[in-house]
Design a protein around this ligand. Structure first.
Ligand code: ADP
Ligand code: NI
Length: 214
């Protein structure tokens, strides 16, 4: 029964994300699902809840819906159509509603399954893939690659996040370089190490080339 439920969730999410150019294309969901499986196994989390939440986690993204509430209502409607216990549906909704970075980066997740899915999603925002997604997103928004006058901000604030005046490079400082220390699980932290170092050396090279010194 679970395999059938996951198949239905996959078709639902796949048709929702098809053709997206904002960094939420179907391949992002596929990668998060694969990473979720890896982390869930190591952290002994419920694989069914984790995979269902991973499949649906961006269907409710406020950027892709009229509002956050409309997005959550859409996922709720879908979950209610599935032959699953009410507490499983509630658990998935709770994960999806609280896992976003814009909800507050240090906000705790109530369950192991929530921590697993949030870590898997955050890992997809760093490393080589994270760099690619950042430039894809900046292109989608019409943001420049870089503006040397836009100094990296030391601390995250709710007001500054996602504001209009941003650049692809600025996004590394406002978010991506902070993700490693915000991960919940040891398994994800180990995977993040190499991805984090890769971003740091990428940025070093980027600034060198930008300045005409390399
Ligand atoms: P997630 O799917 O991880 O919740 P988001 O919805 O925050 O990610 O964003 C989708 C992708 O776009 C991520 O890779 C993220 O780092 C990137 N992104 C988000 N905001 C910006 C921005 N202002 N500039 C560049 N990239 C961004
Ligand atoms: Ni995501």
């Amino acid at each position: 029964m679970n395999a059938n439920v996951l198949k239905r969730a996959e078709s639902f999410a796949r048709s929702f994300h098809q053709g997206d150019a904002s960094g939420h294309d179907w391949s992002h969901i596929e990668r998060v699902v694969r990473m979720t499986r890896t982390i869930a196994a190591a952290e002994k989390a419920d694989p069914f809840i984790c995979e269902l939440a991973a499949l649906l986690h961006d269907v409710a993204d406020p950027k892709l819906n009229a509002s956050k509430e409309a997005g959550i209502a859409n996922v709720r409607g879908f979950l209610d159509s599935l032959p699953i216990p009410a507490d499983a549906a509630d658990h998935v909704i709770a994960i999806i509603a609280t896992m976003s970075y814009s909800e507050g980066p240090g906000r705790p997740m109530a369950t192991t399954e929530g921590r697993v899915v949030r870590d898997a999603d955050r890992l997809d925002a760093i490393g080589a893939i994270g760099i690619a997604r950042t430039f894809a997103y900046a292109g989608w928004k019409g943001h420049p690659l870089h503006d040397a006058a836009l100094a990296p901000r030391a601390t995250w604030t709710q007001e500054s996040y996602g504001r209009e005046r941003s650049t692809a490079i600025y996004h590394f400082y406002e978010k991506l370089l902070k993700l490693k220390s915000l991960l919940h699980t040891e398994t994800a932290r180990k995977i993040a190490d190499e991805r984090h170092r890769f971003m740091e050396s990428y940025l070093e090279q980027f600034h060198k080339e930008w300045s005409g010194n390399g």
